[in-house]
Design a protein around this ligand. Structure first.
Ligand code: ADP
Ligand code: MG
Ligand code: MG
Length: 878
């Protein structure tokens, strides 16, 4: 028997998500549950994969299966596809495994042609029939033929202007008929051939277009941002049309079972009467809140509330639903677990546990770790906010505070953000093309659109502050300014947005740190109870350490001592040390740095109150501490009383062709053991001064050979022991190493003889394993993404197959030699959820990440533990 690629809705269920996509599987599930779903069928994700395997072609076998299932669906509907007397119209809807809002395009009203519409109008009504047909032409042209929807909107606007009307609803049947003629003429003009007039051809071409759209640039960007592999493919749903544009007792809407901004348990949504599909989210007309439906259509409202409640109980999560009302009858078109803000996610997770609907373990899985970030960032200072007067107000579409320079296009926003500016993107409305610019912005302000507009949905997903539908905004894109009444704001001027109230302010408003209490505290408490992987932080200053402690860090996994060398009060001594001609003068300069380093470490130890602190000896090549412009050199020569020539000579001596593989890390300590000696003394003296049960961990970087480690360790140990002996105290310390050179990973069994702990420096380890320069790879990795060589940045998301294999191997070898060896990771990956999950399953003891990512890592570690308990395989390998 042939492999099955097409499933009727009644043949599937929610568990078939991988095969049928999220939308398809849930349409099946709602069908099984007996809810009113227009019937249809789903072409599986395997058919999409096959389409690509077959070189971008749908096989005849699948086409036959599609028409077989179409025939069965026609029977259910009692209509016939392509039959002018009783035409069956369908929608073509994409739906991947993971929801990708707005990434793929939908085609509605497929099955109409010039002939069919004439009959169809007699059975229904002319205005409706022509409206449906002109929409189909627009969508089909846009999605399948690459003629942008917008170009048709221009034609509509011309007709409206000529008629002196502003509202689409005022277009008559004749106007719409005239539009169709214009649309087709326009289509022929730009494409050079007639608009296809055969519904079967239209159907198959639409399916192919959905498959193609899986690979469009904005889908690729979205997937990369959300760790979705391109091998998943998308399913295609073909579904009987129901019509929300049949008159005043028809309509269409979207609703959530709980408020997606706040999490409040109350039906929340919007609908539009006499409208179809995307009208609600396109922001062209302003929709009514769902509560109005209770007055307008009480029976439909009651039925909808009932279905919504049942769906939430069934899926045990907040649902995001799409529905259409055709002549007073309700149809469900979609349900899914709703996207929500971080605050809402926490509240819903905590509430669902309190309501007895889910266990704590399940609740842990309901919050996306990356989302927590938005809660950790500053909010407006209440006093400053009170003192400020808003210039206007829009809808509070996505909470948070944003303050930045105004940009009017996604491109400009990306450019300005790339130059280090904080930007606020201001648009009439946003579209999927804007996604990268939105991602680069602190906040988004739109003039049009509701709470479910593209801008609002995407901003909430990103955790970016958004004020939408700010009707008073008059934007002039050409001259790059906007006005609100007589206030004029130019490109580059600062504005501030309050995503929780919708207020818009001119200028900058002071912000304050977020507070980690309430639902956040409770939820993170559960995460901490469940997880087994510890979370430390990378911190070089008491301030960062304090910040990280408040976010729940359980120690410092990496303190980079070189950052201390750069401070103005000591860089002079550091340079003196570098310029020294012999050990004696170097030691003299180092003696000046010693008390300052000691002070730094005391500060860190005090903040960390006995928690483990790992301090890494000096790592970067020395030339980094010397100035590199002529001007600075002249200045330094005066300051240090050394000739410019001497300085230049020293710089030339230190020059390296490949500094990343140069004289750095433990190699410095091999040449200048006095530096390691000074740092060790500072660490041990600080620990003695602060006292308590402190066990400092001294980490030797960039080791590749056991003998390097042996040599530097001997310097460290002899110094430390001497300091301890002289102080007459009893104290212990640990000496370990970074594993960041592949050779160290490969010989970890030997290295572990000397190292009491390993910390995987996955930034360097990735650099060395791939041979990609950390500092330059970004420039060409873009080509790797667009050519599908890489799906994600290996410096952000751990390369589990290569670098990860080294990590696992080193962990195993290290434990064989020293069973109680402590294993951690301190690269950027320590705060990336999928990499944290990897570390959990690789059996590491802890991850260490920057302070703001500590809560993310805590939650990711808890989620890894929950999936382990549930026996689910490492999801990171998806
Ligand atoms: P998206 O994934 O972008 O939400 P959908 O496939 O859900 O796209 O389609 C967008 C909208 O088109 C739906 O919300 C619904 O309003 C409308 N739509 C889709 N299929 C049908 C249908 N069979 N009948 C009526 N409206 C439909
Ligand atoms: Mg939808
Ligand atoms: Mg390193």
């Amino acid at each position: 028997m042939n492999k099955k690629y097409v499933y009727l809705f009644k043949e599937g269920n929610a568990s078939m998500r991988n095969l049928l996509g999220g939308k398809g599987a849930n349409l099946c599930e709602m069908t099984v549950l007996g809810f009113p779903v227009p019937q249809g069928f789903t072409i599986s994700t395997e058919a999409c994969t096959k389409y690509y395997d077959d070189g971008g072609k749908i096989s005849q076998e699948i086409i036959d299966e599609i028409f077989e299932k179409l025939a069965e669906t026609e029977k259910i509907a009692g209509k016939k596809f392509g039959d002018p007397e009783n035409p069956f119209l369908v929608s073509v809807r994409s739906g991947a495994r993971a929801s990708m809002p707005g990434m793929m395009d939908t085609i509605l009203n497929l099955g109409l042609t010039d002939e069919i519409v004439e009959k169809f109008k007699e059975r229904t009504n002319p205005r409706f029939a022509y409206d449906s047909y002109r929409r189909f032409i627009q969508m089909f042209s846009d999605v399948v033929m690459e003629v942008p929807k917008h170009n048709f909107e221009v034609i509509i606007d011309e007709v409206k202007t000529a008629k002196g009307i502003t509202n689409d609803l005022d277009l008559t049947a004749d106007d719409l008929k005239e539009l169709i003629v214009k649309f087709k003429a326009y289509f022929k003009k730009v494409k050079g051939f007639d608009f296809p007039n055969d519904p079967k051809v239209q159907l198959i071409e639409s399916v192919e277009a959905v498959f193609r759209s899986w690979n469009n640039p904005r889908a690729n960007v979205y997937r990369r941002m959300n760790d979705i592999p391109s091998s998943w493919g998308t399913a295609v749903n073909i579904q009987a049309m129901v019509f929300g544009n049949m008159g005043d007792n028809s309509g269409t809407g979207v609703a959530f079972t709980r408020n997606p901004s706040t999490g409040e348990k109350k039906l929340y949504g919007e609908y539009l009467i006499n409208a179809q599909g995307e009208d609600v989210v396109a922001g062209i007309r302003t929709p009514a809140p769902i509560s109005h439906l209770e007055d307008e259509m009480p029976e439909v409202y009651k039925q909808f509330v009932d279905i919504a409640t049942k769906l939430e109980e069934h899926y045990k999560d907040m649902q995001d639903m799409e529905f259409t009302i055709q002549e007073g009858k309700l149809y469900m078109l979609q349900t899914r677990n709703g996207k929500r803000t971080a605050a809402a996610a926490l509240k819903i997770a905590v509430d669902l546990v309190a309501e007895g609907m889910v266990s704590k373990e399940d609740a842990i899985l309901k919050v996306d770790p990356k989302q927590l970030d938005s809660l950790l960032h500053p909010q407006f200072d209440t006093a400053a906010l009170k003192a400020a007067k808003p210039i206007t107000k829009g809808l509070p579409a996505s909470p948070g505070a944003a303050c930045g320079k105004v940009c009017f296009s996604a491109e400009d926003a990306m450019k300005s953000a790339g130059e280090g500016n904080k930007v606020v993107l201001v648009r009439l409305e946003t579209s999927p093309e804007d996604i990268e610019g939105m991602n680069a912005s602190e906040g988004i302000l739109t003039a049009r659109g509701g709470m479910t507009s593209h801008a609002a949905v995407v901003a909430r997903g990103m955790g970016t502050c958004c004020v939408a539908g700010c009707g008073e905004l008059k934007i002039n894109y050409a001259e790059k300014y906007f006005t609100v009444g007589d206030v004029k704001i130019n490109e580059g001027d600062y504005i501030s947005l309050d995503g929780s109230t919708g207020n818009v302010y001119a200028g900058k408003i002071a912000t304050v740190e977020a507070t980690m209490t309430g639902d956040f505290g409770k939820f993170m408490g559960w995460a901490d109870e469940i997880r087994t992987l510890k979370v430390r932080t990378n911190a070089d200053t008491p301030r960062d350490a304090q910040q990280a402690r408040s976010f729940g860090a359980e120690g410092i996994g990496l303190c980079r001592t070189e950052h201390m060398f750069f401070e103005t009060d000591r860089i002079r001594s550091v340079r003196e040390m570098i310029l020294s001609e012999n050990v004696e003068s170097r030691e003299k300069a180092l003696a000046k740095i010693l008390p300052m380093q000691k002070g730094d470490f005391e500060g860190l130890f005090r903040v960390m109150k006995g928690l483990p602190v790992t301090i890494r000896l000096l790592d970067p090549p020395l030339h980094e501490f010397l100035p590199n412009t002529e001007e600075e050199l002249v200045e330094l020569s005066k300051e240090m009383n050394v000739s410019v020539d001497t300085l230049k000579q020293k710089c030339a001596d230190l020059h390296e062709f490949n500094p990343m593989m140069g004289h750095r890390g433990c190699r410095l300590a091999v040449t200048y053991p006095e530096i390691a000696r000074m740092q060790t003394r500072a660490i041990i003296e600080a620990a003695i001064t602060v006292g308590g049960d402190l066990v400092p961990e001294i980490m030797i970087p960039l080791v590749g050979d056991i003998n390097e480690l042996k040599y530097v360790k001997e310097v460290v140990v002899s110094t430390a022991d001497e300091v301890i002996k002289n102080a007459g105290v009893n104290m212990t310390y640990k000496v370990g190493t970074m594993i960041e050179i592949p050779r160290a990973a490969v010989t970890a069994d030997e290295i572990a003889k000397e190292a009491e702990f390993f910390s995987f420096g996955t930034n360097d380890l990735t650099q060395m394993t791939y041979g990609f320069s950390r500092d330059d790879a970004g420039k060409f990795l873009e080509d790797y993404y667009s050519k599908k060589i890489f799906e994600s940045d290996p410096f952000a998301r751990l390369d589990q197959n290569g670098v990860g294999k080294l990590v696992k191997m080193a962990a195993k070898l290290g434990r064989e030699t020293r069973p109680d060896i402590k294993l951690g990771i301190c690269g950027e990956h320590g705060g990336d959820p999928s990499s944290v999950e990897f570390c959990h399953f690789a059996g590491l003891n802890y991850v260490s990440c920057s302070p703001f990512r500590v809560p993310i890592a805590r939650l990711a570690a808890a989620q890894a533990r929950v999936s382990e308990i549930k026996g689910e395989k490492n999801l990171g390998q998806k």
